[in-house]
Design a protein around this ligand. Structure first.
Ligand code: PMP
Length: 429
């Protein structure tokens, strides 16, 4: 980004008024160096910056843009809904349509409540699990991100049974002490933890496919193990499907892997690009929520008609177009190209993909958990990232993120991406 660019000028001004110049930290490009570009508009798989340069986008507003940016069906739905009012704070019919769709599509969900972000969804799942089980301890996994919830912003102390240390200032150590962090994909650590603390544990919360440390897939049988051990000890299993819900398939990872969690957190795709989250699960647990039960949860804008209209339009469009099948095909096309390029350039980097979600780790170590992910060569990633960005391909500005393909990516876009990826790997030297 040259200093005279409009993006650069905007960033300088933004820094005067907004902490770090951004409204969410990863946007600041701190992991890759340089400065972020400012978006002017986005359509299909492309984003245009304020200086007129365009990019093939694999961030997709961090997951929601599964149809691509500003799909006509979503734009129309939002415009039409807005004519009737932008917010009511009174029950509206679209909330019922959305709840019905979620219950029909997501196997484990019998009742669902809407909220405004993924963070709210996971926070509410944790409170509900504690209220339902009357236990306080939460188990999470190293490298899994569940939003900026106090109890879940704990990832350090990866050893089994290590009591959590908060990742952020401002989180009382006593909150974090109720969170136990385990290494992902490690059955022995899990068993040891439950052997020692089993009767204190309210719930395990897990990203059904961890996608916030790059993309890490569960070893065969691991998710079932989480289901079995929680059941055995009277704890709940919470699937965080904020990223994977409606992206991996109509019913998320739980449908694909045939695992039934007790509670599920949703977000991103479900809002069609508007600020939405949801959480749902077993009716007997969900009925613990206010106004029927003792667990309080609320929201001025929850079930907002524009957000419901956008989400419903996006989900119906996916279903109508057999979107998930097409995304799998696009994912396979990208995978073939990347694997060929790795071979040609003599790199043994680790590639992982689930449908339209992907990650190339700049390491030769197979990645089963955060410790493996951290063996990545971050300098090589930085150089790769900036080469791609300069040549019009926008991947997430951190090694520890997942890429997203949308239905708007065409064969031509994937071909161009493959060319740029090959050049970017070649220039690493
Ligand atoms: N859970 C997961 C798995 C996520 O990826 C995210 C966001 N990246 C969240 C929760 C938090 O969602 P939000 O940013 O909407 O609060």
């Amino acid at each position: 980004m040259s200093e005279s660019s409009l993006s650069s000028k905007l960033f300088a001004t933004a820094k005067q008024y907004i902490p770090g110049g951004v409204n969410s930290p990863v946007r600041a490009f701190r992991n890759v160096g340089g400065e972020p570009f400012f978006a002017q508009r986005a359509k299909g798989c492309r984003v245009w910056d304020v200086d007129g340069k365009d990019y093939i986008d694999y961030v997709g507003t961090w997951g929601p843009a599964i149809l691509g940016h500003a799909p006509q069906a979503v734009v129309n739905a939002v415009q039409n809904a807005a004519k009737n009012g932008v917010s009511f704070g009174i029950p509206n019919p679209l909330e019922v349509d959305m709840a019905k769709l979620i219950v029909e599509w997501v196997p484990s969900i019998e009742k669902v409540r809407m909220c405004n972000s993924g963070t709210e969804a996971t926070m509410s799942c944790v409170r509900l699990a504690r209220g339902f089980t009357k236990r306080d301890r939460i188990v999470k996994f190293d490298g899994c991100y569940h939003g900026h919830v106090d109890a879940l912003l704990v990832a350090a102390g990866s050893g089994a049974l290590t009591h959590g240390q908060p990742d952020s200032a401002g989180i009382p150590a006593s909150y974090a002490a109720l969170t136990t962090v385990l290494p992902y994909n490690d059955v022995e650590a899990l068993e040891n933890c439950f052997a020692t603390l089993g009767d204190e544990i309210a719930a395990i919360i897990v990203e059904s496919y961890p996608a916030n440390a790059g993309l890490i897939l569960p070893q065969p049988g691991y998710l079932q193990k989480l289901r079995d051990i929680t059941q055995k000890h009277g704890a709940l299993l919470i699937f965080d499907e904020v990223m994977t819900g409606f992206r991996i398939g109509k019913g998320g990872v739980q449908e694909k892997e045939n695992i039934t969690p007790d509670l599920t957190a949703l977000g991103k795709v479900i809002g069609g690009g508007l600020p939405v989250g949801a959480f749902g699960g077993r009716a007997d647990i969900m009925d613990m929520l206010a106004p029927d039960g003792p667990v309080y949860q609320a929201g001025t804008l929850s079930g907002n008609p524009l957000a419901m209209a956008a989400g419903l339009a996006q989900l119906r469009e996916m279903e109508k177009n057999q979107g998930w099948q097409r995304l799998e095909e696009l994912g396979q096309t990208m995978e073939t190209a990347v694997l060929e390029t790795l071979k040609k350039t003599g790199r043994n980097y680790q590639w992982y993909r689930a449908g339209s979600m992907f990650c190339l780790f700049f390491t030769e170590t197979p990645v089963k958990n955060l410790t493996d992910a951290k063996t990545s060569d971050l300098n090589a990633f930085r150089s790769f990232f900036h080469y791609c960005l300069n040549h019009g391909v926008y991947f997430a500005p951190s090694q520890f993120e997942t890429g997203f393909i949308s239905l708007a990516h065409t064969q031509d876009d994937l071909d161009r991406t493959a060319e740029v990826v090959q050049e970017a790997l070649e220039q690493l030297g």
